[in-house]
Design a protein. Structure first.
Length: 74
């Protein structure tokens, strides 16, 4: 993931951002944090949009919600 976000080709960086913010079922917040830390302003903007649910499917589950659920059921 990191190599996509740091790639010299802008298209590869945007693809990395898309992988971080547009999951099939779950948002991995560690990937999202990597995208937020990118040197590329557009990649950071894509990551910020994910938090506002503009790019995230309504059925997606955030990884922090999964870890809280696992901790409460233990």
């Amino acid at each position: 993931m990191r190599w996509l976000l740091d790639h010299p080709d802008a298209l590869a960086r945007r693809f990395g951002a898309a992988v971080a913010v547009r999951p099939r079922y779950g948002v991995d917040e560690q990937f999202l944090a990597m995208a937020e830390g990118s040197d590329d302003a557009e990649v950071r903007e894509i990551a910020a949009s994910c938090y506002h649910s503009h790019l995230t499917p309504i059925y997606a589950v955030w990884s922090s919600a999964l870890s809280r659920k696992g901790a409460s059921s233990a």
